[in-house]
Unconditional design. Structure first.
Lengths: 482, 482
């Protein structure tokens, strides 16, 4: 993890800054996922243009990416896509008037239009009374740099992804079930330059292989692998995990809704860290009074510790946020007690602090979010989690969760792709999927065991590193037909 | 533009594509975000690029780029073919498309007052005035208001000679008041939680009269803080159009998507309970009062266009006729598998995404006889639920649960006291079969959502729903522990 001022080249991509003399078209052509230095040069070129036409402050975010995804269903590839894109976003400030304009047109005319439109919009805006200015570089951290880049992902071909998909399908074929899923590989360069001295550039890669296996006898199973390096994802193992679960789920029976102790697999736990991050661990949520977070408030059992750490090597590292501010390690919950929340530059200024490096691209009325949640492992084996249930349910994952009551963190959703009844510590059989309506805060308070192993799972707030959990009570409020 | 589309199509054909199409798209988006009377963000975004979709050996490939140089047309066309050939290595059912005449022509959304020509200061002023009216109510903690305008220029060319050009314009706005006290957070919005949206010009925004509705929603948000919790039970409920449209979206729109039925969305959004055998048997989806149509020609809908993204002409497709399930949202690939022609529902989220089967305007038709007010007057004991707050449904679209911002008690045909945190739940076909009153054309209003998610990589669709209000009997309300 790199966290030092005024910069932030990733170890894998040396940052080089060209002079403004370079033609915009050339800069745009050079700004590729592999070359964060060129992305930063393009950002600086646009920054210079904005300042020359009267911006009192300006910030430029450049994102250049190559993304590809191979999707399969009914045990065949049915969708297969590749994309190259480049986006330049300018936050143009005149006094306290702020406009944000973004474009994918990065030739000289496109960039000229970008800055002039931004200037015109800024002139039309009302002043923002509490505008605190763009963030400045922060003090260097002594933490070691973490690469966010893997050539194995950046160089992944359609044939490489198809090979992985065939391995997943072979695992499904072996037990007579059908595979549905996707294998994605993404590479991007992100660069931020602002008038307060921020110069941040990094290239990042990520890859995800997920599959739902469906059995003709009613069972379904899920498995997922997420990594910075696509070549480390074991497609055959993911296929086998989903296949085993799908067959174990055949011929499910209905259990009555009610309160059950549960073991949640990692694929379900990521929803808890995501939802709590979305609802509570944002400084803006606290400042608007809609968060459950109060420093020192106990919300979980002693076994619950969650931090946000963009430098965790098990996750998908990020050196800086979309304002170019170096990411800080932020303890959110320690031994069940709320400690802190994440900040961007504006929420930090209101609180008299410095940004923790959790800003999203401007304009951002939603506030900062933790995008690298890491939940501490416990000391219980996966088998012992289940053995600790006298009568309860083993849940693989959740589906379509949504907020019923924000301050109580009450969430509703469905179980999916592997729900099993456990009696006297043994899985006795599959059950039909259930609806739950459950406070995730109450769930954290009821955590009685945490697995010693963890998985990296992609949620709706980035990628989280999470263990499996045993929870004393979970409120199921309905049941469906499968 | 013809040069680029011809180049990409020719390259694809030379390399073995038996069918190819190209979409060249330019998008322009403008948004204003106001929070507690302050302009939080004014943003303008532009993106343009092209995507090439090819069929090679019965397998799909797709590639996209934002570089319009002719040589890039060659590169992208060739990459799409290479991707398709990789797809063919895991193919079990070669793709066959239904026949359709080559599409040619132009379409443009009828616009009264071009939203991009209305002075920005004027649009900001309108929104700030509405937001401040809501925020001026004593007890309101914070307000949020949004305005958005969207325009898309789309050229479609296919190897069969099709060539169409379309310009789609859409606008939307919303005002939201939040009241917070202790653990209670209540919200009221107008016209809808996510905003009222239509394919129209700024005249639609003026017609919403945001200012006129802002103070009442502020007052109601505050009143909800001291309202009683909705007790659990089985009740008669009347759904306002602001809730009914999302009920329709989730429990009829999505399950009638034929790609879901055939499993191609299984790994993400899920499948559908509306399997083809139910089409053959004339499955009773709802009561005889329930008629639902997917109408891409409906005036003002977010799903209104000239041709879909496969060049199929806009049309109205019956989905449910007097309660009976009669049709699907479909594509050229899927429709022949149920013995039909494409219903023209293939839509892509921009130049860098493939078209998927998406809702157009999934509308519930009004029933002559009673206005919505007369339905309330005809209800002795029930609840009137308005404005969605939370939504969730299982992956086959059977078990759903919704929360609304407000419930008004109905006693003796009159709306009375408020209940807070209302929720209701059910099984899709049981719920629609319990419909015993549908409003007439007086309550029939075009609503919709600009953020319907589907697909991997994720795509956001803008879909319309014209609905009246309706009444349902014996519905479970008040879910969860409060």
């Amino acid at each position: 993890m790199v966290s030092r001022p005024n910069r932030l080249a990733s170890p894998a991509g040396a940052t080089t800054t060209r002079g403004n003399a370079a033609a915009a078209g050339e800069l745009a052509r050079n700004a590729s996922a592999r070359d964060p230095g060129s992305a930063l040069a393009l950002a600086e070129e646009v920054l210079g243009r904005a300042l020359r036409i009267g911006a009192t402050e300006a910030e430029v975010l450049v994102m250049a990416g190559d993304s590809a995804l191979t999707r399969f269903a009914n045990s065949e590839i049915h969708q297969n896509v590749a994309e190259r894109s480049l986006t330049v976003s300018l936050r143009h400030v005149v006094g306290r008037r702020i406009a944000v304009v973004s474009t994918g047109r990065v030739d000289a005319d496109g960039l000229r239009s970008l800055v002039h439109r931004a200037a015109a919009i800024a002139r039309s805006c009302e002043e923002l009374d509490d505008w605190a200015g763009l963030p400045a570089p922060i003090e260097a951290s002594s933490r070691a740099a973490v690469s966010a880049w893997a050539d194995g992902t950046a160089e992944a071909t359609p044939e490489f992804r198809a090979e992985g998909v065939r391995a997943v399908i072979a695992a499904a074929d072996a037990v007579g079930v059908t595979a549905y899923g996707s294998f994605s590989t993404d590479a991007e360069a992100v660069a931020v330059a602002n008038s307060a001295g921020i110069r941040s550039a990094e290239n990042r890669t990520s890859s995800q292989l997920l599959t739902v296996h469906m059995s003709p006898d009613g069972g379904t199973g899920y498995a997922e692998g997420v990594s910075m390096d696509a070549t480390t994802i074991d497609a055959a193992a993911i296929g086998r995990e989903a296949a085993t679960k799908a067959r174990a789920g055949d011929r499910p029976v209905t259990v009555d809704p009610g309160d059950y102790p549960v073991v949640l697999e990692e694929y379900a736990v990521v929803d808890i860290t995501d939802m709590l991050g979305y609802l509570g661990f944002s400084a803006l949520a606290v400042q608007e009074g809609r968060s459950f977070v109060e420093p020192g408030r106990r919300i979980g059992s002693e076994l619950v510790t969650i931090i946000d750490d963009g430098a965790d090597r098990n996750g998908l590292p990020m050196a800086f946020d979309y304002e170019g501010v170096a990411k800080q390690r932020v303890p959110l919950v320690e031994s069940g007690v709320c400690r802190d929340v994440v900040y961007d530059s504006q929420t930090a200024a209101r609180a008299g602090r410095t940004s923790t490096g959790h800003g999203l691209p401007a304009p951002n009325p939603w506030g900062p979010f933790p995008l690298n949640a890491v939940m501490s492992a416990g000391d219980t084996s996966r088998d012992d989690l289940v053995k600790g249930l006298d009568r309860g349910l083993l849940v693989t994952r959740f589906h379509y969760t949504n907020v019923v009551h924000p301050k109580l963190a009450m969430i509703t959703g469905m179980t999916r792709d592997g729900t099993f009844l456990v009696e006297r510590g043994e899985v006795v059989g599959p059950v039909r999927n259930l609806r739950f309506t459950q406070s995730y805060l109450d769930a954290l308070a009821g955590v009685s065991a945490v697995s010693s192993s963890r998985k990296t799972i992609r949620g709706f707030l980035g990628a989280a590193v999470v263990p499996a959990l045993r929870i004393d009570a979970w409120t199921f409020t309905g049941v469906t037909e499968f | 533009m013809r040069d680029l589309t011809d180049r990409a199509l020719d390259t694809a054909a030379k390399l073995g594509a038996t069918y190819a199409d190209v979409r060249v798209i330019r998008r322009r988006d403008e948004s204003i975000a106001v929070k507690s009377g302050r302009v939080e963000g004014v943003a303008m975004g532009e993106t343009d690029g092209f995507g090439v979709r090819v069929l090679v050996d019965g397998a799909w490939g797709f590639a996209a780029s934002d570089n319009f140089e002719l040589a890039e047309g060659d590169r992208v066309g060739a990459l799409a073919v290479r991707v398709a050939k990789a797809s063919a290595t895991a193919l079990r059912r070669p793709v066959e498309l239904d026949g359709r005449p080559p599409a040619t022509g132009k379409y443009e959304t009828p616009v009264g007052e071009d939203p991009f020509k209305v002075p920005l200061e004027s649009k900001i002023s309108d929104l700030v005035a509405a937001d401040r009216a809501a925020g001026g109510v004593k007890g309101v903690s914070f307000t949020e208001s949004v305005y958005a305008a969207h325009r898309e220029w789309k050229t479609f060319a296919a190897s069969d000679g099709s060539f169409t050009e379309q310009v789609i314009t859409q606008v939307g706005a919303a005002v939201e008041a939040n009241a917070i006290e202790g653990d209670e957070h209540q919200r009221r919005s107008y016209p809808d939680a996510g905003g009222g949206y239509q394919a129209a010009g700024y005249e639609y925004i003026r017609g919403l009269d945001l200012v006129g509705h802002s103070e009442p929603i502020g007052e109601e948000a505050v009143a909800l803080l001291s309202a009683p919790q909705l007790p659990p039970g089985r009740r008669t409920i009347v759904l306002d159009p602001s809730m009914l449209y999302l009920q329709l979206h989730e429990s009829c729109g999505h399950p009638t998507e034929l790609d879901r039925v055939f499993g191609t969305e299984a790994s993400y959004a899920g499948t559908s309970f509306l399997t083809p055998d139910k089409l053959d048997e004339g499955f009773m989806y709802g009561s005889e009062l329930v008629t639902i149509v997917a109408d891409a020609t409906a005036p003002g809908g977010l799903g209104t266009f000239g041709w879909d993204d496969e060049g199929v002409e806009a049309q109205a497709v019956p989905l449910v006729q007097n309660g009976r399930f009669v049709g699907y949202l479909s594509s050229r690939e899927t429709a022949p598998r149920v013995g039909r022609r494409s219903g023209g529902a293939m839509r892509a989220d921009g130049w860098n995404r493939i078209p998927l089967i998406r809702m157009t305007n999934v509308n519930m038709l009004p029933v002559p006889g009673m206005t919505l007010d007369e339905i309330v007057a005809d209800t002795d004991d029930g609840l009137y639920l308005a404005n969605n707050r939370s939504w969730s449904i299982d992956d086959r679209r059977l078990n759903f649960q919704f929360a609304t911002e407000v419930a008004y008690e109905i006693k003796g045909g009159k709306k009375g006291r408020l209940f807070k945190n209302p929720t209701y739940t059910g099984i899709t076909y049981e719920f629609w079969r319990s419909c015993d009153a549908v409003g007439d054309e007086h309550s029939f209003v075009m609503l919709g959502t600009p953020n319907c998610g589907k697909g991997e990589p994720s795509q956001t669709a803008r879909v319309g729903h014209a609905v009246p209000g309706a009444r349902f009997r014996n519905v479970q309300v008040g879910v969860g522990k409060w």
